[in-house]
Design a protein around this ligand. Structure first.
Ligand code: IPD
Ligand code: CA
Ligand code: CA
Length: 263
């Protein structure tokens, strides 16, 4: 088994604690409410998972900061040394979770001085733990994973997602989806961007595209795909940074072909 740094082992532990909480809560009755958009839900488990993750990490590292979906930015940075920020989605796939659909994950990434250093995505119901560390590859339950070797878009199996604002067609997302459908390709929509990226890293999907994602949806997944040998950019082909509006992640080989469709 590959050995990870203390920072990464903390992310793994926190993801397991949160994942156990979600596994126990899944299928029980719990409170659900809407955020700004009607279908953008938050359950009591989003909040409980996030609190558990932040409290576990803060106990170990009191001077780290956080960017987490439900509580936003928090923590007091230690300005004397390197700055470490955790980017957390405590429950990615909330709509699935709220409806009893068993497709959701915990996503935790750590940035050191603004650069992604490690990432963990945990699917608690399948006990699948995806872990990556900068320069040390991507791993699933202790085995190294790689992106697929699929050579062309026409042979590809793709995954995408839609933002809660889909009816406004941001970045022409409906038109793009139509274009891929017209190519007759098999396309999935899992409802968890973190799992979309983790599965692309593991070679289960050849490529993923989506718009309007937030840093916590993608932080761990980007590093997983890159360290598995894949490529992540904006639709323009330029490098992706956590606040960008469009994302494409692929095995690298079909990247330009996907971008061609998204132009
Ligand atoms: C959502 C999921 C979904 C994506 C949405 C995200 P949430 O996150 O990742 O796959 O299409 O855009 O907001 O709300 O389940 O944490
Ligand atoms: Ca999310
Ligand atoms: Ca979430």
């Amino acid at each position: 088994m590959h050995s990870f740094s203390p920072l990464c082992r903390t992310a793994i532990e926190a993801a397991r604690i949160a994942g156990n909480l979600l596994r126990d809560g899944f299928g029980t009755s719990f409170s659900i409410s809407s955020k700004k958009v009607r279908h953008d839900l938050v359950t009591e488990f989003d909040v409980r998972s996030e609190k558990a993750i932040i409290s576990y990490i803060t106990d170990k590292y009191p001077d780290h900061t956080f960017l987490a979906e439900e509580s936003g930015a928090s923590g007091i940075a230690d300005t004397s040394g390197s700055s470490i920020r955790w980017v957390i989605d405590p429950l990615d796939g909330t709509v699935n979770f709220a409806h009893g659909v068993p497709v959701f994950a915990v996503s935790i990434a750590a940035e050191v001085n603004g650069k992604l250093a490690c990432g963990v995505i945990y699917h608690p119901l399948l006990d699948e733990l995806f872990v990556t560390e900068k320069g040390r590859g991507s791993w699933l339950n202790g085995k190294q994973i790689h992106v697929s070797a699929t050579l062309t878009l026409s042979e590809s199996f793709l995954v995408t997602g839609f933002p809660y604002s889909v009816s406004n067609n941001p970045s022409d997302c409906i038109d793009h989806f139509y274009r891929f459908l017209k190519l007759g390709l098999p396309i999935r929509r899992l409802g968890s961007a973190a799992l979309d990226l983790a599965y692309t890293a593991a070679g289960r999907f050849d490529g993923f595209w989506e718009v309007e994602l937030s840093p916590w949806d993608v932080a761990a997944g980007i590093l997983l795909v890159e360290e598995a040998g894949g490529k992540v950019t904006q639709y323009s082909g330029e490098g992706y940074s956590l606040s960008d509006k469009t994302i494409v992640a692929t095995n690298g080989i079909i990247h330009d072909e996907i971008i061609e469709v998204l132009r």
